[in-house]
Design a protein around this ligand. Structure first.
Ligand SMILES: O=C(O)CCC(=O)C(=O)O
Ligand SMILES: [Fe+2]
Length: 183
């Protein structure tokens, strides 16, 4: 189904703490776009790829369970693999954190095979202002629920953005599921 689907409390507060801790102690990279070019006006965030961090296999195990259920119950997409690492993005208000409107499907061997996107809110809503994940559902946009640990799923072709973070810091966990490109 073509929809935005939310799972409250997909990750517990202590699981969010553990993921944030890994991300905050790793060496971040500036966010690169699907075609690997840097364009800071388009996206400003720091990224940590979980598969480069030790002791994070449990995160992937949880992701696999969540995605399996969401895809079985809601999307029924022909997804076969996670071809890219999960990433933790950190958007600082002080660094102009945001991500302009985009689709996750792009050119390139991996980006063209993205089908289902899952984003988990890792920060307490009171820790930041702005930084809303918005998904375009046609004429309207839908704001992803803010509570920490909430997972929001949407087809990777849907346009979405993270509005500018105006105070504090927002962190999120993103994973893509891949398969035969849509046709
Ligand atoms: O941080 C978010 O909420 C969304 C991240 C995103 O859209 C992406 O990494 O493609
Ligand atoms: Fe995205």
């Amino acid at each position: 189904m073509i929809t935005v689907y939310t799972v409250p409390e997909a990750f517990s507060p202590s699981e969010c703490d553990r993921i944030v801790e890994v991300a905050n102690t790793a060496t971040p990279r500036d966010a690169k776009l699907v075609r690997q070019q840097k364009d800071h006006n388009y996206r400003r965030a720091q990224l940590v790829w979980l598969d480069e961090q030790p002791d994070t296999e449990w995160v992937m195990d949880r992701i696999i369970d969540l995605v399996r259920v969401a895809n079985r119950d809601i999307f029924d997409f022909d997804v076969t693999e996670f071809a890219e690492s999960a990433q933790v993005a950190t958007y600082h208000a002080s660094a102009g954190g945001h991500f302009d409107w985009h689709s996750d499907i792009g050119e390139g061997r991996l980006a063209e095979r993205r089908k289902l996107t899952m984003v988990v809110q890792l920060s307490e809503p009171s820790d930041y202002a702005g930084g809303t994940l918005e998904v375009m559902t046609g004429r309207d946009t839908l704001a992803a629920p803010l509570p920490r640990g909430t997972a929001t799923f949407f087809p990777s072709f849907m346009m979405h953005r993270v509005s500018p973070v105006t105070s504090g810091t927002r962190q999120s966990l993103t994973i893509w599921c891949h398969g035969t490109p849509f046709r």
